[in-house]
Design a protein around this ligand. Structure first.
Ligand code: S3P
Length: 441
């Protein structure tokens, strides 16, 4: 089977309401927390992508029963540390950094040795960032040259920790919060602002947690060893998946889109704030709150003239998965856009900062880089006519989907490899594009 697609036509104007795939961050967190709850949890609208299916496989391997019913998944939890682990258990987290890091937080009390592995992309990523704090809890945990495989053998002598999370990484913060669940006493985390789904879920499940916030940091206190009951949850749409359609609509002519029922958690809407500053028309409609999370329909209209931006790095964490798309808008803006402190982008499924720069140069955009700071010289008349091939990006799903958006918005004849990568987060991506009129072979 061919694992590439071709795009030879720009997308024509469209006016549509769509639904994107369910939130990946919330799906993985719900699966992991349901595995620690007492009783049967029901998760509706669970994202059925590879990252989340790997989360289900992982808890099954750890002795938790999961069943797919009509329109929900049932997960049978036995309470905190209720895993039953066989000898020589190997967990394969596939491509998912969130699963691989967060599950380690739940394994620090395991009574058998567990080995955690992942695919080629995950095996290149940094695990020292979670192994270090878990060691302070007292877990027996090691990693090879700061990355996978990680081996963890729990301990009965865990102690609460004080931890300073200064990368703006929700994964590191959440791993420590999950470890705190199985640890006696109060763990204290000072964390640079990042998506706070774990905190909101803890609150809605009645897990004892206290949070004090200022503009840049949250001080989070988690009280361990408190059992919590099973729960029902209906996962909303994913803003990171919506982002491809937001940017495609902005860059296309005379088009409009409404994306229904999307999670617009404050720690995720950096892209919206940045694009609005660049003169984009984006409106949240029908806002509501569901179990502490903000949900809205997102209305977007094409924009003809984008401003450049000097992007404050305080927005980096809340836009972390969307920079590839933000750079496409900067490529079309009038003037020079500046982005700084983007080092974390190179710690994603692929080295996304390096790949983004190569990509912008490929489409004829001037980019200057000074370490982790880049300047993008926008060209409001950007129109592509040549042949382009996109491959060798470590099957990074977001690189694949960003390239499709660029091809449909800017033109040119494109051959884009690794189409299966969309199964990581957004299996329906190409079908939705086609429903808007995109010609994709
Ligand atoms: C995620 C957090 C982010 C993000 C990832 C999902 C999460 O990673 O890039 O796609 O669900 O917590 P970091 O926390 O490492 O920045």
């Amino acid at each position: 089977m061919l694992n590439h697609i071709t795009i030879n036509d720009k997308i024509k104007f469209f006016k549509k309401k769509i639904k994107v795939s369910s939130d990946k961050s919330l799906s993985i967190r719900c699966v992991l927390l349901a595995s620690q709850a007492v009783g049967i949890s029901k998760i509706y609208n669970l994202l059925e992508s590879e990252d989340v299916l790997n989360a289900l496989k992982t808890i099954k391997k750890l002795g938790i029963k999961c069943k797919k019913k009509n329109n929900f998944y049932e997960i049978h939890g036995f309470g905190l540390n209720g895993f039953s682990i066989k000898k020589n258990t190997v967990i394969n987290a596939g491509n998912s950094g969130t699963l691989a890091r967060l599950i380690l937080g739940l394994l620090i009390k395991s009574n058998k040795k567990i080995k955690l592995i992942g695919d080629k992309s995950l095996s290149k990523r940094d695990f020292k960032r979670v192994v270090d704090p878990l060691k302070i809890f007292g877990a027996n945990i090691t990693c090879k040259k700061n990355s996978l495989p990680v081996e963890v053998f729990g301990s009965d002598f865990l102690r609460p920790i004080r931890y300073f999370e200064n990368k703006g990484s929700a994964q590191c913060k959440s791993t420590v919060m999950l470890a705190a669940l199985n640890t006696p006493g109060t763990t204290l985390i000072k964390a640079k602002k990042s998506r706070n789904h774990t905190e909101i879920l803890f609150k809605s499940l009645g897990i004892p947690i206290k949070i004090k916030s200022n503009k840049y940091y949250d001080i989070i206190k988690v009280n361990g060893l408190n059992q919590f009951k099973s729960f029902n949850y209906k996962i909303p749409g994913d803003i990171s998946s919506s982002a491809f359609f937001i940017v495609l609509t902005l860059l296309s002519e005379n088009s409009k889109i409404i994306i229904k029922n999307v999670n617009v958690n404050e720690g995720r809407i950096g892209i919206i704030k940045i694009l609005k500053r660049m003169n984009s028309k984006i409106i949240f409609q029908n806002k509501k709150i569901y179990k502490g999370e903000k949900i809205a329909d997102i209305y977007v209209k094409s924009t003809t003239k984008f401003n450049s931006i000097n992007c404050p790095d305080s927005l980096n964490s809340s836009a972390i998965d969307e920079f590839l798309l933000i750079f496409l808008v900067a490529a079309k803006a009038k003037g020079i856009s500046t982005f700084k402190n983007l080092g974390e982008l190179n710690n994603k499924e692929s080295p996304r900062l390096d790949i983004a720069i190569k990509f912008l140069k490929l489409i004829g955009i001037k980019v200057l880089r000074n370490k982790n700071k880049i300047k993008i010289f926008g060209n409001p008349k950007l129109q592509l006519k040549r042949n382009y091939i996109m491959k060798n990006f470590l099957k990074d799903h977001r690189v694949f989907m960003m390239t499709c958006v660029a091809a449909l918005a800017f033109g040119g004849n494109w051959k884009i490899y690794d189409k299966d990568s969309i199964n990581t987060s957004f299996p329906n991506f190409l079908n939705i594009l086609k429903s808007l009129g995109a010609k994709i072979k």
